[in-house]
Design a protein around this ligand. Structure first.
Ligand code: AOF
Ligand code: ZN
Length: 370
């Protein structure tokens, strides 16, 4: 086979391994989604994916599936095999024992416990190693894990629903519903995939939201309320429905009787120092990451959006635009605060994608680092 044939073959199997990895979507956090295949004489003889943090890694599933057929075979895996003793043993040991001849992986593990050491161990044992096959696709799949492990902060996305003329509420305060049913289903799918959903107390007071997954099959994210003065009502659904864990982030001078009432209702309360705009949001996001919440979907409103953009905590956006014109100089838009004075200071997006969801337009993109 020529080098080109081998590359095409490696990409073909790696694409299948990436598809296997996606079976773990929203279920492996704070660990990565990983898929693996064992190929022998052109036949797939084993496959597997990582199912849940703390359980067997993808490589182990695939090699168990292949049984004795691993001897002399090639292992395709979407992430560099680990070489550390974590909650499970090192995959490199298992690979060496199973007499795999060649390992092809997509991307180097950004986890500092592994980063490059897995590949090194395999090479030392005489195994042929090829790395970087479909590396961009693998990095995109695990964008949340990469951000979380490299920075100690969760991957953060803003979800926004606004009208074509940039309004999120009418001048008289009416906001349900801006987008259509298909978009609302799509938001529930996002909630199923993100570890946590975060809102400001203004949204709780205005909408009394549940922030759960209802229109589709899925699991509920942890719910986080930014609430400096502990104003979340004790009879709000986030407190009474018991549908998911709820965290209320308050400032150090929040009234202690309220905090006790939250704790009595099984709500987690975190008291944080104050930052440039209310609670120190960076400290909150660090706290969430330390709890193993590797991704956060911010679902409004305008004040919280302004603060997290200003503090450079946002990685990407899901911006739903409904084909409606509301008008009104006093009808608010999606981002509050004082805004930037000059256009060159505006936050910018890249890697834009457009999609029609029902009659709404969904724009996704990543904030450029400034
Ligand atoms: C996974 N699944 O399929 C692979 C992982 O706590 P442990 O022992 O499960 O180790 C987690 C680390 O192992 C993880 O951060 C990543 O660096 C590496 N590879 N992890 O959970 C997998 N291949
Ligand atoms: Zn491993």
């Amino acid at each position: 086979m020529t080098g080109l044939d081998i590359l095409a073959q490696d990409e073909y199997y790696m694409d299948l391994a990436l598809k296997l990895a996606r079976n773990g979507y929203g279920r492996t956090s704070p660990n990565p989604m990983v898929g693996a295949l064992v190929v022998r004489d052109g036949n797939i003889v084993g496959q597997g994916w990582h199912q849940k943090a703390g359980t067997a890694h993808a490589e182990i599933h695939a090699m168990r599936d292949a049984g004795a057929l691993t001897a002399g075979a090639t292992l395709y895996v979407t992430l560099e095999p680990c070489c550390h003793h974590g909650r499970t043993g090192p995959c490199t040991d298992a690979i060496i024992h199973s007499r795999i001849r060649r390992v092809v992986f997509a991307m180097t593990d950004p986890n500092p416990c592994v980063a490059g050491c897995g590949a090194g161990m395999l090479r030392q044992a005489g195994i042929e190693v090829t790395e970087g096959v479909l590396a961009c696709e693998a990095a995109k799949l695990n964008e949340a894990f990469i951000k979380y492990i490299a920075t100690g902060l969760p991957f953060t996305a803003i979800k926004m629903a606004m009208t074509l003329d940039g309004k999120t509420v009418t001048a008289s305060g009416h906001s349900q519903w801006i987008t259509g049913e298909a978009s609302r289903h799509r938001v529930h799918k996002l909630r199923d995939q993100f570890d946590a959903v975060l809102v400001g107390v203004g949204t709780v007071l205005a909408d009394n939201p549940q922030l759960t997954v209802r229109h589709i099959q899925g699991r509920n994210p942890v719910r986080v309320v930014v609430d400096s003065h502990a104003r979340t009502p004790l009879d709000s659904l986030l407190i009474t429905d018991k549908a998911a864990h709820t965290i209320i982030a308050v400032s150090q001078n929040a009234p202690s009787d309220r905090l006790k009432a939250y704790a009595d209702a099984d709500i987690e309360v975190v008291q944080l120092p104050t930052g440039p705009s209310g609670i120190d949001l960076r400290a909150l996001f660090r706290y969430l990451a330390q709890k193993g919440l590797a991704s956060v979907l911010v679902e409004g409103g305008a004040t919280i959006n302004a603060s997290i953009i200003q503090e450079n905590l946002v990685d990407s956006v899901f911006w739903f635009i409904a084909p409606k014109l509301v008008g009104g100089v006093r009808a608010p838009g999606p981002i509050g605060g004082t805004g930037v004075a000059r256009l060159e200071d505006a936050a910018e997006l890249e890697d834009i994608e457009l999609e029609l969801v029902g009659n709404d337009l969904l724009i996704t993109g990543y904030l450029t680092t400034r």
